[in-house]
Write a protein that binds this ligand. Sequence first.
Ligand code: FES
Length: 526
Amino acid sequence: MRVTGTGHASMRIDTPAGSILCDPWVNPAYFASWFPFPDNSRLDWDTLGDVDYLYVSHLHRDHFDAAHLRRYVSKKATVLLPAFPTSEMEDELRELGFTKFLKAPNEEVVELDGGLKVMIQALTSPTDGPIGDSSLWVEYDGVRLLNQNDARPTDLSLFAELGHVHAHMLQFSGAIWYPMVYELPQAAKTAFGKQKRDRQFDRTWRYIDDLKADHVFPIAGPPCFLDDALWQFNDIHGDEGNIFPDQSVFLAEYAKVGGTNAVVLLPGSVAEITTGTCETTHPVPVAEFFANKVAHLEEMRERKRPIIEAEKASWRHPEIDVLKEMQRRIEPLLDESIYIAKGVGGPVRFDLVGYDGESVESIVVDFPGKQVRPYADEKVRYRFRTERALIEHLLHIGEVDWVNSLFLSCRFSAARIGQYNEFVYSFFKCLSEERLQYSEGWYDEHERAVDAEDITIGDWVVQRRCPHLKADLSRFGVVEGDQLTCQLHGWRFDLSSGRCLTSVGHKIRAHRVDEQSPAPAGESLS
Ligand code: FES
């Protein structure tokens, strides 16, 4: 089996029974904030795109690059489609000209022509990607590969049961706006960023240990930030709180925990994988490339500047009455929202900075009041500050997912009172009837589900499943004193009160081993 690195989370897998192109991403994403790192725009995409199968793990724009798919990927390719709850991915791909789809039954091995086998695991909670993320398992002639991508299954046993895996591709770097956009003192940002960076690596080690593959390929990040306004997010400034470590940092950290089987693929690198070997060739030596990272980024920044400027020029739509249009789009959804609106529990304020860079219009999305209205000098739990032109653009294009556009762009600042509230982001990624209904249904089901089983960790008896996304706490739970940390996403819980310390709601059931079990508390969103 041959794997060609094509940048970020993308790769091309070649076997005698067919080729699969995964997640090709070249054009900037999220308001021209993210670019693939290292640069992959000079690869021979005409040849790379001439494949038998296309696999897109999910709809995040650093995995689903519509312009690139339209221009460069053969429309004769069969799309290996994850079993997502909504038809959005298929609809978007059909619009781009793809007509052949293999709707892979979730978590079932499918045998393709010539003995090529694939299995896709689709994750479908409202917090998995833009309503769905997935991993692809591939087997040919006894060689097995797992492209876990940035999916976060509770464990990898499903794949391990299919036989020893030879190549494991997985995310190790950050892909979010936290904590950089928060209006916090720099020292606090650095401390939170460092915690986050450590947690990302801990999670990666856990997954690697789960599968024990012969070779581990760090993929799916980091992106690079080429706009001057975002340049500081590149991990080139010696900031220990930067959440975007690159592959060379991965190698160093992995070595510290005893890892010796990592393989870094640059765009254009080729790995020939057998059941016993992995031989790689690179366009330039990997260590040399990373030693010259700053020069690479600076050259790329100059080359891509006109693209960024052209994108920026397209965002303004002064003819749009933002308040009125937000009312028209959002109020019907507020009316329908039960669980998410209750979970947000208060007003969320958007401060929109005008074209002059100073004037500000404040709009409130009032979840309890079910309306969008001008800010009324009230206390809000969440406040976002961004350029008015970005919101105009989102309204102009009818964007249904503001996470997969505005928030991932990092072109905003945020402040909040109290804990992180995941329902805020769940709502703003569900600005369509279809998405909102699905998410409301999912929360409804999970709120009603009773997690009856308890386990013992140290001095504590706790429910087996994490209140966040149901990770098995006998594997992911770490107790220190009265606090439990679930290492899947790093959420923390105070066991003596059951309170989640990371997000609103999500109470955990727990008591000391030598105490009586309390009556089931149930989960409260308020
Ligand atoms: S499942 Fe996300 S922190 Fe436990």
